[in-house]
Design a binder for this molecule. Structure first.
Ligand code: HEM
Length: 447
């Protein structure tokens, strides 16, 4: 049997890079239309990459039994200036698995219950700053909530002055790359030139240095006075040891705190802002979810997270515009065959979350927000994969969904909001993520 040909994008590399940076979803929709669900692109750095979006291919690749893929840290080089060389995302092989075994437990199990109450309290504290009638940008508000959650619940920072300083530094640092144009310094490495404190890269690096100093000060202080009953993730990481008795170095702790902050705060905040948009855009969805929440005898965090319609809203939000369009890059360890296409050993592969979620055969009318599809049908982890899969699957996925549901429930049960958007809100690039263009304008109703 002859192998089917995999097409390569015809546009020059430079054009592919510019288009995928500035108009990522339009670029991908066009690729799918012209080249189908498996094609080669040059839009990521210098390497030619295979993009796949057929669930059968994703299953074949991610199935651990097949041992087809490696997830080398070098394939994530693009994140290195952002996260540091000791970040879990830069590790591979045994070192990567060891770090995952250490970082994973604090985000699961009984710890989550104590985090639940803190998440609801922080949401209330931030929401209380809003005045009746005030207009606000939902994404900014949600970022304030999720940043506070990471700094207080995950890092356990109690000192108000340090919390404030880190929050200000992080907000300024992340804002440098939040527009599609600003994101070019992260995505196009040739622009990473430090031409002094006022040059874009110079400013970016200096702020990163200050953040590092603050994080290191916190780590050193906490090592001195770690308390056995502390439940925050940093305390648990300081106390935990690798299987061989070794523990995380200060530099590993620092880069991984920054990784958790980067990977965990904007992703979740953007997803919650989208969820608010969809809920308030369709009154029947708002009524249905409110009815479900009000049906609870007590707004207990565990009960909230088990509500089927609220869960379906979060799933549909993560389906329609997944904040992360791709998984991290993988590389094939041997030659394989995907539905008649021959793939050579050593090929870079990126499963495309967005294109899988836009498949008409899985999700009829994919551009429509319909939470019911998740009630009426069960999707496999190769058909619905907002958190990626395989050996690098998102470490914070349980925590992220937990946060999304609790923040949404706290807002819906206690505040009356109004969507202030007249036209449909388009998705756009924001740093490495896909985010609502306007940030979602809303207001707090006068009652
Ligand atoms: C809605 C929120 C989130 C989304 C959509 C999301 C999505 C993703 C995706 C797509 C990946 C790559 C997976 C792959 O390559 O297969 C990833 C990795 C990762 N995420 Fe998340 N994430 C979210 C929230 C979080 C949170 C809250 C945390 C932690 C506080 C977190 C920590 C991480 C880490 C550490 C990795 C790298 C794992 C590794 O290299 O082994 N994420 N996430």
């Amino acid at each position: 049997m002859t192998n089917k040909q995999i097409q390569k994008l015809k546009a020059p590399k430079f054009i592919q890079q510019i288009e995928s940076t500035l108009k990522p979803l339009e670029f991908l929709d066009r690729c799918a239309k012209n080249y189908g669900d498996i094609f080669f692109t040059n839009s990521f750095g210098d390497l030619e990459t295979l993009v796949v979006s057929h669930p059968q291919d994703i299953q074949e690749l991610f199935n651990p039994v097949n041992k087809i893929l490696d997830a080398p840290g070098t394939a994530n080089e693009i994140f290195k200036p952002h996260l540091g060389e000791n970040s879990i995302m830069m590790q591979d092989g045994e070192r990567h698995q060891k770090q995952r075994r250490l970082v994973m437990p604090p985000f699961h199990g009984e710890q989550m219950l104590s985090y639940g109450r803190q998440i609801c309290e922080i949401t209330q504290q931030v929401m209380q700053h809003l005045k009746p009638g005030e207009t606000f940008i939902a994404r900014d508000l949600c970022e304030e909530i999720t940043m506070t959650i990471i700094l207080k619940v995950v890092f356990g920072i109690e000192q108000q002055a340090r919390f404030q300083k880190l929050e200000n530094l992080m907000t300024t640092w992340l804002s440098l790359t939040s527009s599609p144009l600003g994101a070019t310094i992260l995505l196009l490495p040739f622009l990473q030139k430090d031409l002094g404190a006022w040059s874009p890269w110079g400013k970016y690096r200096r702020l990163r240095q200050q953040i590092d100093e603050q994080l290191m000060a916190e780590i050193l202080e906490r090592r001195q006075k770690v308390q056995l009953n502390s439940r925050d993730v940093l305390s648990l990481l300081i106390q935990a040891g690798y299987d061989d008795g070794e523990s995380m170095t200060n530099l590993e702790l620092r880069d991984n705190l920054l990784t958790l902050l980067n990977a965990g705060h904007e992703t979740t905040a953007t997803s919650i802002a989208w969820a608010l948009y969809w809920i308030y855009q369709q009154p029947e969805i708002y009524q249905k979810v409110l009815h479900e929440l009000q049906g609870l005898d007590t707004p207990d965090p565990l009960k909230i997270t088990q509500l089927p319609y609220l869960t379906a809203i979060c799933q549909e939000t993560l389906r329609i515009y997944p904040v992360s369009v791709f998984t991290f890059p993988r590389i094939t360890l041997r030659s394989i065959n995907l539905r008649g296409h021959h793939i050579a050993s050593g090929t870079y592969v990126m499963p495309c979350i967005y294109l899988t979620h836009q498949r008409e055969d899985l999700y009829p009318q994919p551009k429509k927000f319909q939470p019911e599809r998740f009630i009426n049908r069960k999707y496999s982890s190769y058909q619905f994969l907002p958190f990626g899969g395989g050996s690098r699957q998102c470490l914070g996925q349980v925590f992220a969904l937990f946060e999304m549901k609790l923040i949404l429930a706290t807002i819906l049960l206690n505040y009356q909001l109004k969507l202030e958007e007249v036209a449909p809100v388009a998705p756009t690039r924001r740093g490495f993520l896909i985010s609502p263009q306007s940030g979602i304008k809303m207001s707090l109703e006068r009652v």
